[in-house]
Ligand binder design. Structure first.
Ligand code: SF4
Length: 94
């Protein structure tokens, strides 16, 4: 059984509505911070990636609003807020 494909297909059932501004932002100058690299390991939706320059990038589409990245990395490197009303994730039995 391919659990990665299974997880992605389940997460794909959720609906994500964009907010006016991203509800999570990597703080300026922190893209290469070692604390931020923990997000690569802990985000259950796999939304963090590392580019060829060693900078961590975030694709906000599909965020589960679980807060794991904030707990793992800390508020020193991430600006984290819930999306405004009506925006963000809508769970669909994923
Ligand atoms: S809040 Fe959860 S799903 Fe969203 S980016 Fe952080 S760890 Fe990933």
């Amino acid at each position: 059984m391919n659990t990665d494909a299974n997880l992605k297909s389940k997460l794909g059932l959720n609906v994500f509505k964009y907010d006016k501004t991203p509800h999570i932002v990597i703080k300026e100058g922190c893209a290469k911070d070692e604390r931020l690299k923990k997000a690569l390991l802990v985000c259950p939706a796999g939304l963090y990636s590392e580019n060829s320059d060693g900078e961590v990038e975030l694709t906000i589409d599909g965020c589960l609003e679980c807060g794991t990245c904030l707990i793992a990395c800390g508020p020193e490197v991430l600006e984290w807020n819930y999306p405004s009303g009506g925006a963000g994730v809508q769970y669909r039995f994923g």
